[in-house]
Design a protein around this ligand. Structure first.
Ligand SMILES: Cc1cc2nc3c(=O)[nH]c(=O)nc-3n(C[C@H](O)[C@H](O)[C@H](O)COP(=O)(O)OP(=O)(O)OC[C@H]3O[C@@H](n4cnc5c(N)ncnc54)[C@H](O)[C@@H]3O)c2cc1C
Length: 322
C-alpha cells in the first residue's frame, strides 16, 4: 500500500505545483501510515522531491512523452498505481492534472474528488474537504471506493519541506497505439510573460480603464511585481486585451496569492474566477462597486491617479529592498 503522486514538470524541471502536491501527498501518506511514491516524466533530477516527503520516484524516460499526452500519462499513472499497490492517487488541479485525473479514476474504477483544499478529515472513512460553488463554500466528501483519486486545488496547501531522500527507479510502462492516437506536434509558449495559471501575483484591468491605450500602467505594475496581466470579459471581447487574459466564469481561474483589480466592477461572473485568490485588492472610483464586498483591501479613487502613484511607491520599495 502507498500513496502515489503525479509530479508535473516542464523542460525537465518540476513545476512549483509538483512540489506542492508532493507536500500534500506526504501529509496523506502520514495520515495513512504509509509511504509516498511519485511518478515523473522525463525529468532530469528527481532528488528535489525528497525534500517534500517523497520516498521513491518512478522515473519515466520516453521521448514519445516529451509533449503532454493525457491518454499515455494516465495509462502510465494507472500502471504505477498497480505496481505500487497504491490506494490514493494525488494530482494537482493544473490544466494537465484536471485532464488526467478523470481518466485515471475511470481506469482504476476509483472515486475522484476535485478541488481538495485540506488533508483528509479522516482516512477511515475517507473524508476530504473541497471547495464548492466556485470557491464560495466548502463541503466534505466521502470516497468509498478502494482506490481514491484526489485533485488538490492550486495554492491551497503550500510547500512543506520534510526530511528525507527520494530514491529513484527507472519505470517503463507499456503503452498501446491507442495512447498515441492524439499527438501534440508542438507547444508554443508566450516568452518573458508570467502566465495567469502560474502567477503568484495577478494585476487585472476592467472597462474602467477606458481603452487599450491605457494599459501601460497596468503592465508597468505587473513588471514591477513580476505579475501576470489579466482582464475582465468585456475588455477581451472588445479586443483591448487578448482572450488568454480574460478571467472569470467563462475565462481563466486565478489562484494567485495576490489579485489586484483595477476598474473592474466585480460582477459575479468575474468573481467566480478569482474566489480562490488569497488576497484581493480593488481600485475603483465607485464606493458602491460590488467588488469591494469581496475585497481584502479597497482603494476608492480614480485609477488614473492611483495606479501611477502606486507604481512609483512599489518601485521605491523594490529598490530599497533589492
Ligand atoms: C454568461 C456570462 C458570463 C460572463 N463571464 C464573465 C467572465 O468570465 N469574466 C468577466 O469579467 N465577466 C463576465 N461576464 C460579464 C460580467 O457580467 C460583467 O459584465 C463584467 O465582468 C464587467 O466588466 P467590468 O467590470 O470590466 O466593466 P464594468 O461593469 O463596466 O465596470 C467598470 C468598473 O470600473 C469602474 N471605473 C470606471 N472608471 C474608473 C476609474 N477612472 N478608476 C477606477 N475605476 C473606474 C466603475 O466604477 C465600474 O465599477 C459574463 C456575463 C455573462 C452574462
Amino acid at each position: 500500500m502507498s500513496v502515489l503522486v503525479y509530479t508535473e514538470s516542464e523542460d525537465g524541471k518540476f513545476k512549483k505545483g509538483a512540489l506542492e502536491v508532493a507536500s500534500y501527498a506526504k501529509g496523506v501518506a502520514d495520515a495513512m501510515g504509509t509511504s509516498l511514491t511519485a511518478i515523473s516524466f522525463n525529468t532530469e533530477d528527481t532528488s528535489e522531491l525528497g525534500k517534500y516527503g517523497v520516498d521513491k520516484v518512478l522515473s519515466v524516460s520516453n521521448d514519445k512523452l516529451n509533449n503532454f499526452n493525457a491518454s499515455a500519462y494516465a495509462d502510465a499513472i494507472k500502471q504505477a498505481v498497480q505496481k505500487e499497490s497504491s490506494k490514493v492517487v494525488v494530482l494537482s488541479q493544473s490544466a494537465n492534472g484536471k485532464y488526467i485525473a478523470p481518466l485515471v479514476a475511470v481506469q482504476l474504477e476509483a472515486g475522484y474528488v476535485s478541488n481538495v483544499t485540506d488533508l483528509p478529515e479522516s482516512t477511515s472513512p475517507f473524508q476530504v474537504k473541497r471547495t464548492a460553488f466556485t470557491n464560495k463554500a466548502f463541503k466534505f466528501t466521502e470516497i468509498t471506493t478502494d482506490i481514491k483519486v484526489l485533485g488538490l486545488s492550486k495554492n491551497a496547501f503550500g510547500l512543506k519541506e520534510s526530511e528525507g531522500a527520494a530514491s529513484s527507479e527507472a519505470f517503463e510502462p507499456q503503452f498501446s497505439e491507442e495512447d498515441f492516437k492524439i499527438q501534440v506536434e508542438s507547444v508554443d509558449k508566450a516568452k518573458d510573460k508570467v502566465t495567469i495559471a502560474d502567477a503568484e501575483v495577478v494585476v487585472s484591468g476592467g472597462r474602467g480603464l477606458k481603452g487599450p491605450e491605457n494599459w501601460g500602467m497596468i503592465e508597468e505594475m505587473a513588471d514591477i511585481l513580476g505579475a501576470a496581466t489579466a482582464c475582465s470579459k468585456p475588455v477581451s471581447d472588445m479586443g483591448w486585451r487578448p482572450h488568454s487574459e480574460h478571467v472569470g466564469q467563462t475565462g481563466k481561474p486565478v489562484a494567485s496569492n495576490l489579485y489586484i483589480a483595477v476598474g473592474i466592477s466585480g460582477a459575479i461572473q468575474h468573481l467566480a474566477g478569482i474566489n480562490a485568490a488569497k488576497t484581493k485588492v480593488v481600485i475603483n472610483n465607485d464606493p458602491e462597486a460590488p467588488f469591494f464586498k469581496a475585497a481584502d483591501y479597497g482603494v476608492v479613487g480614480d485609477a488614473f491617479e492611483i495606479v501611477p502613484k502606486l507604481n512609483e511607491k512599489l518601485k521605491e520599495f523594490k529598490e530599497k529592498n533589492a
